[in-house]
Design a protein around this ligand. Structure first.
Ligand SMILES: *Cc1c(COP(=O)(O)O)cnc(C)c1O
Length: 356
């Protein structure tokens, strides 16, 4: 039985999209490979509202997060964290010998733009990282306000992890002045896991040119230069199967209409929030709720693992809380190609199991 996955990735992939993964191979140095990548890039530029070049990496999103902080920090990175994925970005800096400081807020809270301003005013930093959507706590950070702060400091390379939101929420990369926006295939884009995507601005290109030790496989400048020189090809073999599926799925997304897609995500989020408030409590700061996933405080002391086992018998799965928040919270993702009816059906099934 196929299971509907309401976890924050991987999520269900439409059958027609899955079928595209089975397209016969082409050589990665062929003209067809160039045409395929160029087509993907044009569509992604629309989805991300950007004229920056698009880079793909045959790694999950973590690969590009590591590549970004390593390739583009010259002086020191300021890593802002409101949860597990922010912490992970800091670890990537430290383990790559990239100078960085970590600025954390409590779990369930958003990054405060004033804090970003205070940190940048020190003049110590030339790159910042932030989660657009923090998947461990269900926060969507106030990126517009943070972008306004970042704009005051023109040496800052602005890196945004939108792994669990891009494709489900509107993120206007150029308007916000985002230099590197990162996402993965297996979340709101509704594709199988295995590839990641980023935008790469002129400022990021210039910065990377000043960084000596950028690594090799995840050196964003090397990928960019190769792409430019060899007409949309990659230094090493990309996952061509993903590229076929991505190119096709982007048509689905653009045909749905971006605004329709973003509104559908919001409607799914509102449905889950209303249910959560009725039976439990929302864990996350109410002013910064995510449209792609909801983190619910388990104030009824239900056994989340047991609930999930019962859900699985009915062909569905939700996510327990992340790390220390396990059993204290649980998470329902509402991203990708799900419709309101799918969400409603999940919530009805949970009601049945819990006797609500
Ligand atoms: C899932 C996730 C990641 C990690 O992405 P992978 O594709 O698993 O490497 C990073 N950041 C956020 C916010 C995520 O939700």
């Amino acid at each position: 039985m196929t299971r509907k996955l309401f976890i924050p990735g991987p999520i269900d992939v439409r059958d027609d999209v899955l079928q595209k993964m089975a397209t016969p191979m082409i050589g990665h140095r062929s003209k067809d490979a160039s045409v395929l990548q160029e087509s993907i890039s044009k569509k992604l530029q629309k989805l991300f509202y950007t004229e920056s070049e698009i880079l793909l990496s045959t790694s999950s999103g973590s690969g590009l997060m590591e590549g970004a902080i390593r390739s583009c920090t010259s002086k020191k990175a300021a890593v802002f964290s409101c949860g597990a994925f922010g912490d992970r970005w800091y670890k990537m800096a430290v383990t790559n010998n990239v100078k960085a400081d970590l600025y954390k807020v409590d779990m369930g809270k958003a990054i405060d733009p004033e804090m970003v301003d205070r940190v940048l005013a020190t003049g110590e930093y030339d790159l910042i990282t932030i989660q657009h959507n923090e998947t461990s706590t269900g926060i969507t950070n106030p990126v517009e306000e943070i972008a306004e702060v970042v704009r005051k400091y023109d040496n800052i390379v602005f890196c945004v992890d939108a792994v669990s939101s891009a494709g489900g929420v509107k993120i206007e990369v150029d308007k916000l002045g985002i230099d590197i926006l990162i996402t993965s295939t297996q979340k709101a884009l509704g594709l199988p896991p295995g590839m990641s995507i980023c935008t790469f601005s002129e400022k990021a290109i210039r910065r990377a040119g000043t960084v000596e030790f950028r690594g090799t496989y995840l050196d964003l400048l090397d990928i960019y230069k190769y792409l430019k020189k060899k007409n949309y090809q990659y230094p090493s073999t990309p996952s061509i199967s993903h590229m076929y599926a991505l190119d096709y799925q982007l048509d689905n997304i653009l045909n749905e209409g971006l605004d329709n897609r973003f509104e559908r995500h919001q409607a799914m989020a509102e449905t889950v929030r209303a249910w959560a408030i009725k039976h439990f409590k929302i864990f996350t700061d109410q002013n910064h709720l995510s449209n792609t996933l909801t983190v619910i405080e388990n104030n009824q002391n239900i056994n989340v693992s047991q609930l999930n086992s019962k859900l699985m018998e009915k062909g569905m799965q939700i996510a327990n809380g992340y790390g220390d928040l396990k059993e204290k919270t649980f998470r329902i993702s509402h991203m990708g190609d799900y419709q309101i009816e799918d969400i409603q059906n999940l919530l009805n099934t949970i009601d049945e199991i819990l006797g609500f």
